[in-house]
Design a protein around this ligand. Structure first.
Ligand SMILES: [Zn+2]
Length: 87
C-alpha cells in the first residue's frame, strides 16, 4: 500500500469529524425532506447529513425543532423521530 499525505481539506474533515462533508446551506436544503422522512419512517441514512447533524449543534437543533413542529401538525409523537436525528 502506498501512502500519500493528507491535504488541508482532508485534515480539517478528520479534525471536525464531519466527513462526508456537508455545509450548513446543503443541510438546510435537505432538512425539510429529512424531517418529513424521519417522521414517516422512510429515512434510511445519508451519511453526510447524519455527520453534519452530529457535528453542527445549530442544524441539529433546527432539525429537532422542525420535527416537533411537523409532528404536532400531523398529530404524531415527535419523540421517536427526534432520537433519530444524527443517526
Ligand atoms: Zn450546520
Amino acid at each position: 500500500m502506498s501512502r500519500r499525505p493528507l491535504g488541508p481539506r482532508e485534515v480539517q474533515q478528520l479534525v471536525l469529524d464531519t466527513e462526508p462533508w456537508l455545509s450548513c446551506d446543503d443541510c438546510f436544503a435537505l432538512i425539510d425532506e429529512y424531517v418529513e422522512r424521519l417522521l414517516d419512517g422512510t429515512w434510511t441514512t445519508l451519511d453526510s447529513m447524519s455527520a453534519h447533524l452530529r457535528g453542527c449543534p445549530a442544524c441539529a437543533e433546527e432539525a429537532a425543532t422542525l420535527v416537533v413542529l411537523a409532528a404536532e401538525d400531523s398529530g404524531q409523537d415527535p419523540g421517536p423521530a427526534v432520537t433519530l436525528i444524527g443517526r
